[in-house]
Design a protein around this ligand. Structure first.
Ligand code: ADP
Ligand code: MG
Length: 367
């Protein structure tokens, strides 16, 4: 066994690479470290390498290069059942011929635990997910949400400090999925367990996580708490992948006093925050959230650059208004406004001026 590195992190990936065929790397250079008790989500499109990372952590796949450590100890050579990790998958994989209690008890039996101890652990795990009354039922006699709770209880029955979940709510309908998101988060917080959670659903990631690692093409594009990820995306991929976003392409004219002046391809000058542009002449894709666009003249910052816009479509959504504009040649520019009593409902065909605070508009890499 490798010696303890003792960096204080509970789970660590250091320069991890993975290739299945000896040619293409599906995980390219993964560096990630999380403290005990954190709820970390790996979020990214299908094929970006999330499941592969989870499988390496669980021990079902080996890393081609690099090191994975748990509590400071390299686990590359420790078999899965000795890692003390609980797992929850999308297909719950409960045994249909066993009762709920037997499903939970079985892995403990395999480990030769005594009957009384098993029963106590099963009861405790079922109580944690509020399924204490369902021990005698078979999986087929439970709803999808209840089965998922049992799968969660089975991951908790070992009292593992680390639980891995791979798209565990993917098979549930929207309402139940949202309910279970809060429930899993609450249970994880109450027990103080560390969770590495995988999803391709950005809302799920934002709602549940302490931090989110955004994956694309085998790399972490950004690792940050939800609010930072949404408000301060570091590149165009993250800006596009997380939440709704407007983009306008252009060229940097100058960078001065922390502000970039961008000449848009579709006409017009705008002020932005230079995020990954450094000098005049660079192409950029600027990114602005729909709720940060201002069209009320009284609320516009004096001296700010503004753009002309034409209202294309107005959609009443109850709590908010969603208005689609044509801006600098882009007909899919969306703004969102809260449905307040004094809020204007913009009519299609109206010409308006829009603007924003430079810090809300980010000049990112052109892709
Ligand atoms: N067992 C495997 N053998 C070969 N290639 C695989 C295997 N598992 C996954 N891959 C490939 O690795 C890449 C990453 O897959 P995966 O980790 O499952 O991504 P994600 O979970 O983000 O959808 C994909 O291109 C996928 O086809
Ligand atoms: Mg996957």
């Amino acid at each position: 066994m490798a010696e303890s590195q003792n960096s204080g992190a509970f789970v660590e990936f250091e320069r991890v690479q993975k290739s299945y065929d000896g040619e293409t790397l599906v995980v390219k250079d993964l560096n990630l470290s999380l403290p005990k008790g954190e709820f970390l989500t790996m979020l990214g499109p299908s094929g970006s390498g999330k499941t592969t990372c989870l499988m390496m952590l669980a021990g079902f796949e080996t890393a081609t290069h690099g090191d994975i450590r748990l509590d400071g100890v390299s686990i590359n050579n420790i078999p899965p059942h000795k890692r003390g990790i609980g797992m929850v998958f999308q297909n719950y994989a409960l045994f249909p011929h066993m009762t709920v209690a037997e499903n939970l008890s079985f892995p403990l039996e395999v480990r030769r635990m005594g009957k009384a101890e098993r029963e106590a652990k099963v009861k405790r795990a079922l109580d944690m997910v509020q399924m204490g009354a369902f021990g005698g039922r078979r999986p087929s006699q439970l709803s999808g949400g209840q089965q998922q709770r049992i799968a969660l209880a089975r991951a908790l029955v070992f009292e593992a400090e680390l639980v891995l979940m791979d798209e565990p709510l993917g098979a549930l309908d929207k309402q139940l999925r949202e309910h279970m998101q809060f429930e899993i988060k609450r249970i994880a917080d109450n027990l103080g367990i560390t969770v590495v959670y995988v999803t391709h659903d950005q809302t799920e990631a934002l709602t549940m996580s302490d931090r989110v690692a955004v994956f694309n093409d085998g790399r972490i594009q950004q690792l940050a708490p939800p609010d930072k990820l949404y408000e301060e995306p570091e590149n165009s991929f993250v800006a596009q992948f997380i939440g709704e976003n407007n983009t306008l392409e252009g060229v940097v004219k100058e960078i001065k006093g922390g502000t970039a002046l961008v000449q848009l391809d579709g006409g017009g000058l705008i002020d932005c925050k230079p995020v990954n542009v450094t000098e005049a002449g660079q192409r950029t894709r600027v990114s602005i959230r729909p709720e940060r666009v201002e069209y009320n003249k009284d609320r516009m910052r004096p001296g700010a650059h503004t753009l002309k816009a034409e209202v294309m479509e107005f959609i009443y959504m109850g709590d908010i208004f969603r208005t689609r504009l044509k801006v600098a040649g882009n007909e899919d520019f969306v703004i969102k406004t809260r449905n307040a009593p004094d809020q204007v409902r913009l009519q299609p065909g109206t010409q308006i001026e829009i603007g924003w605070l430079p810090e809300d508009c980010r000049a990112l890499d052109a892709v």
